[in-house]
Design a protein around this ligand. Sequence first.
Ligand code: SIN
Length: 505
Amino acid sequence: MIGVVLKRVVCSPQVNRVLSCTSHRDFHDKGYIMGEWVGAKSGKTFDVTNPATDQVLAKVPDMDEHDAEASIQAAQTAFLSWRHTTGKERSKLMRKWYDVIIKRKDEMAKLITLENGKPLAESLGEIIYSSDYVEFYSEEARRIHGEILSSPAKSKEMMFVREPIGVVAMLVPWNFPTAMIARKVSAALAAGCTCTIKPSEDTPLSTILLAATAEEAGIPLGVINVITSSRQHAAGVGAKFCTSHEVRGISFTGSTGVGNLLYKQCASTTKRLALELGGNAPFIVFDSADLDNAVVGAMASKFRNGGQTCVATNRILIQDKVYDVFISKLKDAISKLVVGDGLDPKTNIGPLINMAQFHKVAAMVDDAKEKGAKVLVGGKHHSLGRTYYEPTLLVDIKQDMLCYQQEIFGPVAMTMKFKTEEEAIRIANNTRSGLASYFYSNDFSQIRRVSHALEYGMVGINEGIISAAEAPFGGVKESGLGREGSKHGLDEYCNIKYFCIGGLN
Ligand code: SIN
């Protein structure tokens, strides 16, 4: 018996009003284990709130390691049959899943805005981005091939096949509560793996809804499972996933600190581990750059989701000859940003996800101000209160400032001046992180030199938005392990099994 089975659940009045969900379908606010919508075994729940209004959207199960174990067993049971489906069968089911997501995209987008706070247009973009992964991997499912090898001995035939690794546990963040799951789950399912997902305590409803779309598409019971937990139980659930012998892989997107802890915990069971951790992206504007394009790129990479992305521009480095003009254009663009509730179509910047994030951003700006940075725009709590922070432009940032050393994860653009290409590369690489980086230049030789010199997993060249299902997303150094998206994203979920047939004439 897996927890308490609750098939039909009525959503909270606010969610109900905004999604009109009960008028056309069930809204689930439970965990999802073996195809059942379930409460926590303990019966406990926690509140999910809208950061724009502080209103409680729903109460979801506060699941612990016992529920996590049930979800692992469900995924393990489902794996026994899912692993034997053909790539074509999986492909067809996943294509149906894609169709359901597209059909329900508006409702899904609204739910992201309600629990995450990002503007509705961005939420819709996130749903399309999510569906791209499902569509892409529905196509890749049919192309997971082995190889016949060139044998060194006439009496031996050698080959390998790719097999699914098994049950994968996924720990996903609040900043892209649907896309980060879609990108993991669709690659895993295409490879023949099954999964159990723990969403962030801030944004579990989007994950639950994504699972409901998979159910509607006919993804078999137990192939996808969802465990919702409060902050209090998150560590226990994570530890259960890492130490379980049945879980053969962990895929995590989040902070470097938690990623390192999971890395340690996984050692006892020698698990496959994919980590997409924090960044500290440089954005370099060289003298030859098209400055208007560079401002568009800086705004997109900095202020997407209010600056709360791992690939967000963190340190903007501007070459001395174009410094004044670029700063003036950037200042104009930032001054025009409209802060508010993401449901308002005029809003460009929503609230930060929670008070902890707000305090972190405010403390980093205060630290920079104390150490000599100047504020050209914003720099304080927004008059809307709560977790709203003013879009901010800081100039003259220095190496000893926290915002130089760590990603700020908020709507704060930070700039510094440089003289030479060597200096820019030295500053850009002067971090333990290595996720995304960006630069703008119209000098082709420089483009070639700098793109190779940057110690990052991803480089945007004259482009501020680089993510796509077709592209390998991931970092080097302390930004993580493995890649998501592209055909290489499948490697995290496949084992290579080698056959050697001997005794041949
Ligand atoms: C992230 O912030 O972790 C992901 C951003 C993206 O996929 O573009």
